[in-house]
Design a protein around this ligand. Structure first.
Ligand SMILES: C[S@@+](CC[C@H](N)C(=O)[O-])C[C@H]1O[C@@H](n2cnc3c(N)ncnc32)[C@H](O)[C@@H]1O
Length: 188
């Protein structure tokens, strides 16, 4: 990693704050496309905000049942929770076509597999922890390049890198940058 890249992505926040740096990108994506939203990995920084953005339908998926229990009181007709053991079985059931997916679950390697399977099927994928520094903390060395290649393989990619860890909005069908600019202009 270059010195410049290290400087840009080094941790500046306490650990808990680092878990919430995806909030602006996630909020923007769902505001622009408030249809069917899938949240991979529940928590204090995403679940309630997604709920309050009131998309058409929200499915929150979590692998840790004890952790999920803290949030499941938000369940409603349009916000469902699902405990996942096997992600292959999960996606066989829920399908791959979602308007927005937040990719923020553990372990990080699972994000790679799910991003790969969702590629080409969704409107926008909001992926937390995509900068070089954070990838190096969360992935084995041989997997880092593969993840970077996968992130780069999307036709459209916007990186929210003003604060680390970085979040990326990815799409193969929506020119994310143009849509963001248009959305901002339309809303004044
Ligand atoms: C990065 S966290 C998900 C954060 C969530 N999307 C948010 O923005 O608040 C990824 C996963 O770590 C696990 N996790 C995070 N904090 C935990 C805790 N305090 N106890 C148990 N599991 C935790 C959960 O399985 C969670 O889905």
């Amino acid at each position: 990693m270059t010195t410049e890249a290290k400087e840009k992505t080094k941790p500046e926040l306490c650990q808990e704050a680092r878990w919430g740096t995806h909030i602006p990108a996630m909020t923007l994506a769902v505001s622009l496309l408030p249809g069917k939203v899938l949240e991979l990995g529940v928590g204090y920084f995403s679940t309630t905000i997604l709920h309050n953005l009131k998309p058409e339908y929200l499915l929150s998926v979590e692998s840790n049942p004890g952790w999920m229990a803290r949030f499941v009181n938000q369940q409603s007709d349009i916000h469902k929770f699902r405990h996942v053991v096997d992600y292959d079985k999960l996606f066989n059931t829920i399908g791959l076509k979602w308007d927005v997916v937040l990719v923020d679950h553990a372990p990080y390697e699972q994000r790679f597999h799910d991003l790969a399977r969702l590629k080409g099927h969704c409107g926008m994928l909001v992926v937390h922890d995509t900068d070089e520094y954070t990838l190096a903390q969360l992935l084995k060395e041989e997997k880092i390049n593969k993840m970077q290649e996968l992130l780069d393989s999307f036709k459209y990619r916007i990186d929210f890198n003003h604060v680390a860890p970085q979040t990326s909005i990815l799409s193969d069908t929506i020119d994310v940058g143009s849509v963001i600019l248009t959305g901002i202009n339309v809303k004044g």
